[in-house]
Design a protein around this ligand. Sequence first.
Ligand code: F55
Length: 842
Amino acid sequence: GKEKWPRGDEKVWKEGSRSVNTDVSSVTKSIVNHVQTSLARQAYNLDNLGAYQAAALSVRDDLILNWNETQMHYTRKAPKRAYYLSLEFLMGRTFDNALLNLGLKDQYREGVTKLGFNMEDLLEQERDAALGNGGLGRLAACYLDSSASQELPVWGYGLRYQYGIFQQLISPEGQQLEQPDPWLAGGENPWELPRLDVSYEVRFYGTAERLPDGRALWQGGQEVLAVAYDVMVPGCYTKNTNNLRLWESKPKRGFDLNSFNAGDYEHAVESSNSAAAITSVLYPNDHTCAQSSISTLGKELRLKQQYFWTAASLADIVRRFKNIGKPFSEFPDYVAIQLNDTHPTLAIPELMRILIDEEEIPWGKAWDIVTNTVFYTNHTVLPEALEKWPVPLMEHLLPRHMQIIYDINLYVVEPSVEKKFPGDRDRLARMSLIEEGFPKQVRMAHLACIGNRKVNGVAELHSDLVKTTILKDFVEFEGQSKFSNVTNGITPRRWLDQCNPELSALISKTLKVDKSVWLKDLDMLKGLLPYAEDAEFRKEWAAIKQRNKERLAHHVETTLGLTVNTNAMFDVQIKRLHEYKRQTLNILGVIHRYLTLKQMSAAERKKVNPRVVFFAGKAAPGYYIAKLTIRLIVNAARIINADPDTRNLLTVYFLPDYSVSLAEVLIPSSDISQHISTAGTEASGTSNMKFCLNGGLLVGTVDGANIEIAEAVGENNVFFFGHLTPAVEDLRYQHMYHPVPVEEKCPALAKVLDKISGGMFGDGGVYEPLLNTIRQNDYYLITEDFDSYIGALEMVDQAYLDKEEWIKKSIRTTANMGKFSSDRAILEYAESFWSIEPVKVT
Ligand code: F55
């Protein structure tokens, strides 16, 4: 039946109700209104920043309407929901994305123009929300976009860091310098809704006293407040607007007045500062966990972040579940929780604590509920990245959770391993949640693996490696069926429509399908295949790539003051700096190319196709070798770019301060991109997908999602090289026990290393530690792959000579990338893991 109007005169309410601005005149009205009221300004004193703010506030109003309806609809319908717990959401900018998803870009462009501004200038005013390090954080952002676009009831939970990933500066010597990123300092953030009324108390330290009934009393210690900020996540061409809830830490009560009155000011503000510190900064390490890279205090703060966030999120989830009024036995029918890597693993003991200590549910029942609710995604098999926390720290900070972890070991792991493999003590030691040593450590991946319904890796090869390496014992113990694969995906909204609008328009025109359709059904790109044979279409395709190169060149010119040769092939490697990703292999290859060019006659050089090589990426502040690689790239670029013999044929750029918005300019301009990790080390990679979706060809190793991309687009449209995963272990063994000097193994590489040591790019001594990683044990097998890498780049040169054939490859690549839409990936999670269904808001 029809519900009763809750209060006042329904007609008055309805008359006052505002709807989304869909035509140009209501858009301009709304913008002007915000200029006058929200900003207290006028046309006379409005700059680009002000105009951006007013336009953003106007879009914000639209988003709020949809967001409100969506949340109300979900609450009424009470479907099963999924929660994506991620310490990182690398959202980038929101304005353009929101306009495109709402289908309002044209109206806003026209409106803004009428008001005397340029849309592109306004878009540039927005700061990136850079609350993530790299692939893992950006994946979370793509999954939010796809969840909303597929009308799935999914919320994200994360932290509202005051400082995002650091800003990277490059000194004249080529050193990376880090500056804070106070992304909120500009004042109000129009894309979030502060929910000061939604808050929870989170406890740290104190004592946990076991009671006879199996519960425990956790008391004392420090209490901190978690306050919610909701970030609106609009779906593409749908009203559904999902929520990303970010927690901010606040002291529970200002500061301690007792100590203040007693004159102990320091002590009085100390606890208030320490509360605020929890969400102050994103940790800038990827692939090294806290215990190996940061100070004791830093370690504790990181663990505090993890618990603060999981505790607040679970309290919120449990409260929402209780509002439905169902018994806890039905919790898994209403809630699915996805752990993005092991960072939120404390969710497992925390949910146990809530169920046992607060809801008074017996241990076994609680364990059933937890293991039917939680899911865990692994993102790496690199040993140094596996999270472990010292038992003494855990005991001190989270005494009750430490008890629960011991209990899981005692009641679950030990008896069932003993039952299945009687007397196998080695196995038990390998599988234990606690690693012996000084100190003992809690193995978070084991906890995440034992306390959940399903474990997945992020590409076929990686998911196999998870099963055969780090979690092998658990597969033998629990069976194959718990372990599966969901190959990563990327949102085609940001990574095609938004970053490459001309290509998007050409696709719509060619397929004769509105983008609102094919952007949500990306396999439709297959319809482009026949047009590879169409010369006119190829011309348009190539012209767009050319204009995207010019857009990038313009960007480099205006931001760095450098001129880029847009007639060259654009060759791009952009990702976090890491030895396993082998930016070193790339720069050594560049230097090899330079030396080869230097030796050529003028006539020979005439036949060479010019190439511009772009690098961008941040190194973890404490990662010495990665920073040295940046230094080598910058100094090699300085020498190579200044050489009149070669500079028409080869130039190199290291673009500082890589970000989502810089990626949006770089990716559409590439002819080739490099994804050249040592086989078996890159779990998936996702920028490989972004480049290929934009018609850039892939140069890569047989690793991660490269393999599936090659399967999809055809082996003849990618340039593969290097040893395969099964060979890597043997090769490393040989390097350890039967080392062969680089001169013998790979003379071409030895020559490059000698030039660097000899000072061709400034004081050679500086680079010795980096070069020694290759000369000594060469863990990432650069000497093994160098020749075949150079061979692959020669194949690229060959292929590029036939321009028409190259464009065909480019078209076929884009046409076959449908599988890599994050819509496909999120639907796999929704159907096979979470058992949730779309809930359309009408
Ligand atoms: C961040 C913090 C810690 Cl403590 C550890 C790792 C990270 C991190 O950023 N990891 C990361 O980005 N992993 C990447 O995840 C991507 C998405 O699944 C993969 O494509 C990529 O291969 C993997 O390296």
